[in-house]
Design a protein around this ligand. Structure first.
Ligand SMILES: [Zn+2]
Length: 266
């Protein structure tokens, strides 16, 4: 076993036996890993971190070669606690949503510094005072892009017609439909809250402004998107599309989403 040092975001922790903690970490160099931090709960002073979710840490761990995917983490040093995000219940809830979404959608040991960088940029973005909703929409789109799930926004997913006008978004097919291929028109006005599963097959209208924004996000770095302005109608449409799209890719509703809905934040 060899010791390895890397930067890592804490995705989730859980107490284990009397003094240890089991954690899911998203590391810069090895993607998502599972680790056990032994003796941490009886000797907090040994660690420079309280192992709180979404904090950024430098960790030292012994990579397990065989027999399971639980690595032994022997050092955790806090690098960034993102205090500005923690001080505000709305920003804190969105940050929790980001890590829960990553933890849910990313497989263990699926490597890639891009998702680490996306988390890092997004927590900085959230700390900057930018609208948490806008930050969330950009995060969702970028994450879907990195996971190969970015919706098709240039051609009809059924007949391949380029840039159809008008366009309709279909969540279950992961892209846009032209007027001729759209489905379930009768249900276009069905409110999402009543029966989410019933409307997933529906293609609902999506404006050119929203499609242009999706393309802009796809092409740009998160840092460049900090100052981007979003018209209210585009913001609302994006929220409708992306929330349905996220729900479609998750088995269960995330705890942070349940909380934010209860608080009227999401
Ligand atoms: Zn078509």
């Amino acid at each position: 076993m060899s010791a390895t040092k890397t930067l890592a975001f804490i995705l989730k922790t859980q107490d284990y036996r009397d003094t240890s903690i089991l954690g899911d970490f998203y590391t810069r160099d090895f993607g998502k890993i599972k680790g056990i931090v032994k003796g941490v709960r009886d000797a907090r002073g040994r660690y420079g971190s309280t192992l709180e979710p979404f904090s950024l840490n430098e960790i030292l761990f012994y990579k397990r070669k065989r027999g399971g995917d639980l690595h032994q983490v022997t050092q955790v040093e806090l690098v960034n606690h993102f205090l500005k995000v923690r001080e505000d219940i709305e920003r804190l809830s969105y940050a929790s949503y980001f890590i829960q979404l990553v933890n849910e959608l990313v497989e263990v040991e699926q490597s890639g510094p891009e998702i680490f960088d996306l988390l890092n940029d997004s927590f900085r973005f959230l700390s900057s005072g930018a609208s948490p909703k806008r930050c969330a929409r950009i995060f969702e789109l970028k994450l879907f892009g990195l996971l190969g799930l970015m919706p098709e926004i240039h051609a009809c997913v059924s007949c391949q017609k380029d840039d159809p006008e008008p366009a309709y978004f279909n969540v279950s097919l992961g892209g846009i439909h032209c007027k001729n291929c759209r489905t379930d028109q009768a249900r276009l006005s069905t409110p999402l809250k009543t029966e989410p599963s019933a409307v997933l097959g529906t293609s609902f209208p999506v404006s050119r402004g929203t499609l242009n924004f999706l393309e802009h996000v796809r092409r740009s770095e998160v840092k460049e998107l900090r100052r981007v302005k979003v018209a209210q109608e585009v913001g609302e449409e994006l929220e409708k599309i992306l929330r349905r799209f996220v729900d479609f890719h998750l088995t269960n509703k995330l705890k942070s989403v349940v909380f934010m809905e209860k608080m009227g934040l999401f």
